[in-house]
Design a binder for this molecule. Structure first.
Ligand code: UD1
Ligand code: MG
Length: 510
């Protein structure tokens, strides 16, 4: 029975990552929901749950990296490596910052984001059960270019790790590579780090040499071969980052499909590792699910949908739309071509249709905003119907104000509701109205100008046109056209429709 030993995790994240050619430090580049270093920390945290502490060596843009760490892993302790003299130097500084560390020290390169927690756990288990001084995670790869090669002794044990630039032609043919993930015994590691030289092509202290020194001293040094080569892939430039993103997306998509989610086109589906989907959810083509988004059972999302930190309820549908920090209720319907902005909340069976933008608004159960509308800073009651092209006028140039629409209210098409304003429960607003005063429950508000019709105007004012000919064929007379001076105040030439008793009738759409 192996006694639980104290464990320390050291993540190396001080390098610039020159080949990324980026203002952003390499380890802060995003990859499906986490930064590169975020993935490594997540794998290490899950595997080495018993870790007494996690140290992260920071250097290049240390402040930026440290700020990120305080967000994603507040318990991790940053260790400053002001000048980057190599991976061995980095670990030496970390060990100096943790003088009381005993037992197992797990060292992880900060740029190996596809590493699985299970693999780290297996490495630790292999290391501790063998009582090894060092255990190196390795992999057999088709193309080892740029990576450290594992040189084995005639008995098959690890002899040393040689960097490509320091390797002989013969050593370069070795396809077993160093993944940059290690377990060490703390005391042996300290000892070996003290003996590192900079006698290599880069003039740096190599952590890999610590492994070779331990082996040369006859200490037990082991190798743990990774079952899945992709887990060991590092990221040195943006081409590699894109490859890692593809591999991780495939892994995530496969995981969800095996968990009962339908993904119609995995090649165009990008799901962050932080997203959650329920059984029988359907993800259609060209869909991106990011951040803390969730998709409920039997909901259909896509095609052409981007969800960022958005919750989709069971049975809801979201089609060709973009949503950020929105909540879409059970059975609700969104799109095509809707834009849900932060704090858009759709209750059960609510509908937000085509070319509708919603911001910081609640749309009640069964309420509909079917077409061409802007809804901002509003509360819309259950079963209310908001006609096409209704604008919630929430901004006066200085302040944002709120609009309330009561349950089962009916707002006619092309209306503007100027906030702050309240449309009472069951009230109607006639089409084309501009409403800036409260409408009591059950009342009708109409503010549009009344219609004037000038009979025979076309034949009189547009003779010889196709319109005039059409009017003639339709039997239109010229009587009543007067002199045709529309708007000249010739009241008898015009008459009004609907005067005195406006009825919305055609005011909303369905
Ligand atoms: C390293 C290994 C190599 C291995 C490869 C796997 C060494 C000498 N070589 O090479 O055997 O195959 O990783 O990906 O270790 N870092 C610091 N401080 C430094 C230098 C690096 O914190 O002074 C960090 C980097 O930010 C990075 C990690 O260590 O996260 C690895 O550094 P990198 O320069 O990418 O090492 P490689 O040349 O890839
Ligand atoms: Mg590297």
């Amino acid at each position: 029975m192996i006694q639980p030993r104290s464990r320390t995790v050291v993540v190396l994240a001080a390098g610039e990552g020159k080949r990324m050619k980026s203002a952003l430090p390499k380890v802060l580049h995003p990859l499906l929901g986490r930064t590169l270093v975020g993935h490594v920390l997540a794998a290490a945290a899950a595997a080495a749950a018993a870790a007494e502490r996690t140290l992260v060596v920071v250097g290049h843009r240390a402040e930026q990296v440290t700020a990120h760490l305080s967000e994603i892993a507040p318990a991790a302790v940053p260790v400053l490596q002001a000048e980057q003299h190599g991976t061995g130097h980095a670990v030496r500084l970390a060990m100096a910052a943790a003088p009381d560390a005993t037992g197992t020290v797990v060292v992880l390169n900060g740029d190996v984001p596809l590493l699985r927690p299970e693999t780290v756990a297996e490495l630790i288990e292999a290391h501790e059960s063998a009582g090894a001084a060092a255990t190196v995670l390795t992999a057999e790869v088709a193309d080892p270019t740029g990576l450290g090669r594992i040189v084995r002794d005639p008995a098959g044990g690890l002899e040393r790790i040689v960097e490509e630039r320091d390797a002989s032609p013969e050593q370069r043919r070795i396809r077993e590579i160093n993944a940059g993930i290690y377990a060490f015994d703390a005391a042996g590691l300290r000892d070996a780090l003290g003996k590192l030289t900079t006698d290599n092509d880069q003039g740096e202290e190599y952590l890999t040499d610590a492994v070779g020194l331990l082996a040369a001293a006859g200490a037990p040094v082991g190798v743990h071969v990774a079952a899945d080569v992709t887990e060991t892939l590092g990221c040195n430039d943006r081409v590699e980052l894109a490859r890692l993103r593809r591999l991780l997306a495939d892994r995530v998509n496969e995981g969800w499909m095996r968990a009962g989610v339908s993904i119609l086109d995995p090649a165009t589906t990008w799901i962050d590792v932080t997203v959650h989907l329920e059984r029988d959810a359907v993800v259609e083509q060209n869909t991106q699910l990011y951040g803390t988004s969730t998709v409920g059972a039997e909901a259909i999302v896509g095609p052409d949908v981007t969800l960022i930190d958005t919750a989709v309820g069971a049975g809801a549908t979201v089609l060709r739309s973009h949503a950020v920090q929105a909540r879409i209720g059970v059975g609700a319907s969104v799109g095509p071509y809707a834009y849900l902005r932060p704090d858009a909340q759709l209750d059960e069976r609510a509908k937000v249709g085509t070319f509708v933008e919603v911001k910081k608004s609640q749309i009640g159960a069964g309420a509909k905003v079917p077409h061409l509308s802007y809804v901002g800073d509003a509360t819309i009651g259950a079963r209310a119907n908001i006609g096409a092209a209704t604008i919630f006028v929430n901004y006066d140039g200085v302040h944002k104000s709120h609009t309330t629409v009561g349950e089962s209210a009916f707002v006619g098409c092309d209306s503007s509701l100027i906030a702050p304003v309240e449309i009472g429960a069951g009230a109607y607003v006639g089409a084309g109205s501009v409403v800036n005063r409260d409408v009591p429950p059950g009342a009708l508000a109409v503010t549009r100008a009344q219609q004037r019709t000038v009979d025979g105007w076309v034949q009189s004012r547009r003779p010889g046109t196709a319109a005039a000919a059409a009017a003639e064929r339709a039997g239109a007379g010229t009587a009543g056209a007067g002199n045709g001076q529309v708007g000249a105040g010739n009241g008898e030439a015009a008459h009004h429709h609907g005067a005195g008793d406006p009825v919305p009738g055609d005011t909303a759409t369905d």
